[in-house]
Ligand binder design. Structure first.
Ligand SMILES: Cc1cc2nc3c(=O)[nH]c(=O)nc-3n(C[C@H](O)[C@H](O)[C@H](O)COP(=O)(O)OP(=O)(O)OC[C@H]3O[C@@H](n4cnc5c(N)ncnc54)[C@H](O)[C@@H]3O)c2cc1C
Length: 227
């Protein structure tokens, strides 16, 4: 297996990105070089609980999609097969999204030559409505004051607008019927190795993205080309 640690050289992207901003920079490269027609990613709408799948065709709009949205829906494969079948697209995909994409490729509902998948390692997602209620019940915080959330070392951590953080053990939340979606609790695929690359914070210091390279062409050091 090949691995790299990466970070964006663009300061704005590095700041907006969840880890090193490498994923947003790679998506920008794919768009700017004309390798893909568009990117299907997630952008926040009203708040951090509201992750909306967004199709971006202008790389300047990618800034709005940077970051990790732990309450976003899990329907990337479905959107590609229904609305983007005839386009060359790059998508960001958790392991469950990758499994759906793989299955849809087998069923000829997605053209494998038209899709470039940037995998995201995943410790689980949280349903948005229950997520807000959980913060109300288990944290000394107003759900509206949360600016970001993450799952790290067995804890669900929230960051508030004033920069402070609060953490509660996932195990304690899930014992009370909150925490991650039920499917996420039983999921045993944390790294989407069927994606072209798989990206995460595991194995990386703050400010860097850890990337596992699965794509044979990239392993051989060949550049992606526009068709
Ligand atoms: C729900 C979730 C859980 C994660 N858990 C872990 C973990 O436990 N361990 C670990 O090592 N890494 C985890 N990651 C990956 C990590 O948070 C970063 O996404 C990854 O390291 C890339 O960082 P970056 O700064 O390069 O990405 P950025 O430059 O910030 O780009 C991230 C891209 O992912 C897209 N995106 C955000 N949320 C979603 C989503 N829910 N579904 C699909 N696409 C999305 C964004 O729109 C953006 O295009 C998780 C990611 C998500 C979304």
């Amino acid at each position: 297996m090949s691995y790299v640690l990466a970070k964006s050289q663009n300061d704005d992207i590095h700041k907006a990105g969840e880890c090193g901003g490498a994923v947003t920079s790679i998506l920008k490269y794919l768009l700017d070089e004309g390798i893909v027609d568009g990117v299907l990613a997630i952008s926040p709408c009203d708040d951090v609980y509201d992750g909306v799948p967004t199709f971006v065709t202008n790389s300047e709009d990618l800034m709005k999609t940077a970051g990790s949205y732990h309450c976003a829906p899990t329907m990337i494969g479905d959107l590609v097969q229904k609305y983007l079948f005839d386009k060359k697209v790059a998508v960001t995909a958790k392991p469950c999204d990758m499994r759906a994409i793989e299955e849809l490729i087998i069923r000829h509902k997605i053209n494998k030559d038209n899709i470039y998948v940037i995998g995201l390692n995943c410790g689980g997602t949280v349903p948005p409505v229950a997520g807000r209620k959980m913060i109300d019940l288990f944290y000394e915080a107003d759900p509206d004051d949360v600016v970001s959330e993450e799952i790290d070392k067995g804890q669900f951590i929230i960051e508030l607008a004033d920069g402070s953080e609060e953490a509660v053990k996932i195990h304690d939340l899930e014992q009370e019927g909150y925490g991650r979606r039920t499917n996420c609790q039983r999921c045993d695929v944390k790294i989407p190795r069927k994606a072209n690359i798989a990206c995460g914070n595991w194995g990386a210091e703050d400010g860097w993205t850890f990337i596992e390279i699965n794509d044979q062409l990239l392993k051989e050091g060949k550049r992606l080309k526009a068709s």
